[in-house]
Structures are given as C-alpha cells and as structure tokens.
Design a protein around this ligand. Structure first.
Ligand code: NAD
Length: 431
C-alpha cells in the first residue's frame, strides 16, 4: 500500500516508520523544514527507543521517504494519515486548525480516490467536519473516504505498542475503506488482539474515553494519597491490594506528582469541553483535572514543611513527563522547577535525555551531566521522573554529597523505611 503520513512528530514518525517496516511504501510529510532535513539525514528529531535504527533501515531499503510537499505526497499515495498536533486552545478545547488545513490541502491535490485517515486525537464529530472540508475543496467527480484511526501508543514504548498493540480501533462508514484499512493493518492484528472496526464517531470517542479513564485512575489514587498521609497508611499497599482485584487490575494506580505529557491533560480537558458542548455534565472529568493540577506541586508543598525554599539549592532528578522520552510537554517536573525558582531556590537538574528540550523552557537553572553532580551541596532532592537509573543509586554517596539529606520522592520509587534507616529525611506521596 502507498501511504502518506502527514505530521512527523511522536505519532506520525513512529507510525510511518513502523508501517514502512511492514512493507508499505510510506512518505512522511511535515511543514517543519528543519525537521525534514534532519529526517533525510537519518536523524530522529525525538528520543524514542529503537526508532532511529528502524527509520534508517527502512530509508535504506527505500520504503520510507520524507518531504515537505504534501501535494506530491497526496498524488503519489492511496491512503493519507493526518497525524498533526491538536494542542489545547485557551478554552481547553482541541485546536483543530492543523487538521483542517491539511484536509483542505489533501482535497486540492487529490486527483483520484483517496482514503483520509484521522490519526490525530480529535473530538467526536471531527471526521464529519473533515469530510465537509474535503467535499468543498476536491475536484468534482473524485471520490474519497474519511476514516478514524485513533492512536494509543505510549511514548518510550511506541514501537512495541505499534507492533504488539492491545487493539487497533478503526471507525469506517463503508466496506471499501474498511478493506483498505484491513490491508494496512492485517499483519499487526493477532487472534486475541483483533482490529476493532466500528462506526466513526465511536472510534473518535474511544480515544478520549480511554485517556480520561487512565487519568481518572491516577487522580483517584492521588486523592486517596492525601488520606494515607493523614492516617499513616501507605498508598502503595492500598494500590497493591486494589490491583489484585481482577475487576480493577494493577495498572495506572500510582500516586505521585500527577500526570503530564502532551495527551492526558489536553484530552481530559477537551473531553470536558465536548461534554459541555453537548449539554452533558462534565463534573467527574473536571475533578480529574483539578486534582491533577493540585497534585503537581505537592512535592514543593511537602518540602516547604521541612525547610524555607528561598536561597536553598534544590536538586531535581528527571524533567521529562515520564521515563524513556524526551517529551517535556505538561511535565509536572517542569512545573515544579518553575515553582522552586519563583520561591527563590537555586535549582540543579539532571535528566538522561530531556535536558535539551528543557533548556528551551527553563533558562535559570544549572543542568548537570550526572545525577550525582546535581545533588552536590543540595539542601534537598526531588525525584520528579521515575527513570530506571534513579531507582538504585549509591545511597551512602548520595547522602554524603548532599548538604541536608532530604529526599522528596515524587514517584514513590524508594522504600520509606530503608531510606530512613540510611539517614534520609524521606518524604513520599501518601506513604
Ligand atoms: P507532535 O507535536 O510531536 O507532532 C506534530 C507534527 O505535525 C509536527 O512535526 C508538526 O510540525 C507537524 N505539522 C503541524 N502542522 C502541519 C501541517 N499543516 N502539515 C504537515 N505537518 C504539520 O505531535 P504528536 O505528539 O505526534 O501528536 C499528534 C497527534 O496524535 C495529536 O493529536 C496527539 O494528541 C495524538 N497522540 C499523541 C500521542 C503521544 O504520545 N504523543 C499518543 C496518541 C495520540
């Protein structure tokens, strides 16, 4: 199948590369000329384990190309995926301007039947709008289909998520589009992990419902973590006991400094807007967001109970919103650093891969080459991202390097009792 992938960010580049790796001919399109230049040189503009190697192989074997020309890509392909960003507007809705502008350009360049696939996360009803835009701009007599194929990949695990997905959801409204989508994905499907074909609107909503449910579980545990702190229970034990119930399961029950990233916060907020727009109450979803907002700075509040932050040196381990990615969008770690700076702290930070991105947003901090360099002379350490390399440091060395051995474990990765035995003033979340 000849495929165009419009938007080569975290989703488009991974999906485009993985589709090429399955034997399809894929052209990745982006308006960012610098990005396309890098890609043509075989460099991935993002950190995603295994991606660059896979990209290079598929470029070498001539299944994967990059261009800034959407018109040429549309003419040369049968199926065009839209994987551009849908960031939040000031009102918290999804900004669909890039999706609509790409849809218009596709329509203008189409010279024969095309399948246009919405892969970007878009509110229910967007496919209908995309259809209208294409209809208004396509040459008379040329037929097209609009399909919804939401993406569920997790940054840091994106290639594996493509190759062994829990599910592939495809919203279609006719057999021809269904057959073409089946041809694209049939080799990824497994007997216990089928392609779920459904109607377009349900497919669009499945994406928001899934992210909002995962975010709800996190906010639920964060709310309970406050009670654990007050009464002396341990939220990790509570989560373990809950997770053993097969109706609940153990995943996404971690209390901590809240969720971030380019998806959960914006998707929860966009779902709230959509609910309200349709006259439905969004109170549960709104609480998920407000609990999360409150939770982001809990590490700073807890630290303030032990020391005055002004003029202190605070080390921060981790800047990305989660491990195995360089993505800092909506990262609680970034919020924490900004808040520490506002309060007059000197911040020394370390992250294995996200410092390059962080430097664009956080200027007035010291970036360190190693985790131990960041804690030298620090009055406290905040662990903000649960990178594996932070899990088992040489605790004695860590303690000896710090001015005062306070650890605020924003991701609950250490055992409180062991930390206290070593001599740390340990603060977890809900422990
Ligand atoms: P991103 O910001 O990393 O990438 C978007 C890309 O689109 C950028 O490279 C940008 O230059 C390009 N672009 C913007 N306008 C364009 C245009 N008119 N023509 C061509 N290219 C254009 O975004 P992302 O994280 O890959 O997310 C893309 C979509 O997928 C969003 O809707 C997001 O919600 C959704 N999604 C993201 C993830 C994730 O983990 N990042 C997971 C699932 C779904």
């Amino acid at each position: 199948m000849k495929i165009a992938m419009v938007g080569t960010g975290y989703v488009g580049l991974v999906t485009g590369t993985c589709l090429a790796n399955m034997g399809h001919e894929v052209t990745c399109v982006d308006i960012d000329e610098e990005k396309v230049r890098m890609l043509k040189k075989g460099k991935a503009p993002i950190y995603e384990p295994g991606l660059e190697e896979l990209m290079k192989r598929n470029v070498f074997e001539e299944r994967l190309t990059f261009t800034t020309s959407l018109a040429e890509a549309v003419k040369a392909t049968d199926v065009i995926f839209i994987a551009v960003g849908t960031p939040p507007t000031e009102e918290g809705e999804a900004d669909l301007s890039a999706v609509f502008s790409v849809a218009k350009e596709i329509a203008k360049s189409a010279d024969e039947h095309k399948v246009v696939v919405n892969k970007s996360t878009v509110p229910v009803g967007t496919a209908q709008k995309v259809k209208k835009i294409i209809k208004e701009n396509i040459k008379e007599g040329i037929d097209f289909d609009v399909v919804s194929n939401p993406e569920f990949l997790k940054e840091g695990m994106a290639i594996q998520d493509f190759q062994v997905p829990d599910r592939i959801v495809i919203g279609v409204d006719n057999g021809r589009a269904q057959k073409m989508m089946d041809d694209i994905y049939k080799d990824v499907a497994r007997p216990n992990r089928p392609i779920m074909f459904t109607d377009v609107k349900s497919a669009e909503l499945i994406k928001y419902a899934s992210n909002a449910m995962l975010a709800t579980r996190i906010s639920f545990m964060n709310q309970l973590s406050c009670l654990c702190d007050k009464v002396g229970a341990d939220i990790k034990e509570v989560a373990k006991g809950m997770g053993l119930d097969s109706r609940i399961g153990s995943r996404f029950l971690q209390a901590g400094i809240g969720f971030g990233g380019s998806c959960f916060p914006k998707d929860v907020s966009a779902l709230s807007s959509t609910l309200e727009k349709h006259g439905c109450s969004a109170d549960l979803i709104d609480s998920v967001s407000s609990i999360n907002e409150r939770q982001k700075l809990i590490a700073v509040r807890k630290l303030e109970s032990l020391l005055e932050i002004k003029d202190k040196t605070i080390a921060v381990w981790g800047l990305s919103f989660k491990p195995r990615t360089d993505d800092i969008r909506e990262s609680p770690a970034i919020e924490i650093v900004k808040n520490l700076l506002e309060k007059g702290a000197n911040v020394k930070a370390f992250d294995p891969v996200a410092m390059k991105n962080a430097k664009k947003e956080l200027k007035k901090i010291t970036y360190c080459k190693k985790p131990m360099e960041a804690v030298e002379g620090a009055d406290a350490l905040i662990v903000a991202t649960e990178w594996d390399e932070f899990r088992n440091p040489d605790f004695e060395k860590l303690k000896s390097l710090m001015k005062r051995p306070i650890i605020v474990d924003g991701r609950n990765i250490y055992k409180p009792k062991s930390m206290q035995e070593i001599g740390f003033e340990y603060i977890g979340i809900g422990r």
